[in-house]
Write a protein that binds this ligand. Structure first.
Ligand SMILES: [Zn+2]
Length: 241
């Protein structure tokens, strides 16, 4: 089964590039778009899933709109704009549980929410240096904990790709144009230069492991998959019908 991909812009932050690329690009301010990826199963039951659910609430700065020509919306509004109600969502895959990737999880009453067990544990008992977990985003939802690589549906699987966080997962989606890979680490295109090694994410729980994950993602791109970094502006133009 293949899926369409519709990127929804559901948040934005203004940060230093070094948040994305370890020991590279420090001192350069960037817009950090926060995407939710809407997946629609083509054929079959036509199930609807989201990869990540963005920030709980925010107001896009006018400068972002002026400088990028993009506009960010609250999750409910972004879904309504493409004709989907929260109750239509069959499943949510959280790449990881930092607040900009799961902030709207409680919005979806009928969704099973797929996370890695390692990540759920990190969220419930966060290390003191990681202040971006909030267990309220996984309390009271229909959480499905995964232990490693797993098939979610035919044509849709997750790979355990730790390093950014203890249980980050990458999503591999079949589309009519070939496989798409939604990177299980906060990154933008600067992490994946055309030549040379991929760059370790600026935020990580283990730099060695995160470095290896970055290389694995780049290798998937080199093998022909389309790679979607979680925080890249170019995602706006990369919908798959
Ligand atoms: Zn992020």
């Amino acid at each position: 089964m293949s899926f369409s991909i519709t990127p929804l812009l559901v948040g934005v932050r203004n940060v230093d590039q070094g948040i994305m690329t370890w020991q590279r690009g420090y001192g350069k301010r960037i817009w950090l778009p926060i995407w939710s990826f809407l997946l629609r199963e083509k054929g079959g039951e036509g199930r609807i899933l989201l990869v990540d659910t963005g920030l709980e609430d925010f107001v896009p700065p006018q400068e972002f709109i002026d400088e990028t020509g993009l506009d960010a919306q609250l999750m409910e509004d972004a879904l309504a704009a493409v004709g989907i109600r929260p109750e239509d969502v069959w499943g949510v895959i959280n790449t990881h549980l930092h607040d900009d990737h799961c902030g709207n999880n409680p919005l979806f009453p009928n969704a099973r929410i797929f996370v890695q067990t390692l990540e759920a544990e990190a969220c419930r008992n966060p290390h003191p240096v990681d202040y971006r977990y909030d267990a309220s985003y996984i309390d009271g939802v229909n959480l499905v904990e995964l232990d490693g690589d797993a098939e979610i549906l035919p044509g849709l699987k997750v790979l355990l790709t730790p390093g950014h966080t203890p249980g980050s997962q990458t999503v591999v989606v079949e589309t009519d144009e070939g496989p798409a890979v939604i990177a299980g680490m906060c990154s933008n295109q600067e992490n994946f230069p055309a030549s040379g090694l991929a760059v370790c994410p600026g935020v990580h729980c283990n730099a060695y492991v995160a470095h290896d994950t970055a290389q694995a993602l780049k290798a998937m791109r080199q093998a022909g998959a389309e790679l979607y970094p979680l925080h890249d502006l170019t995602v706006a133009t990369r919908a798959k019908a």
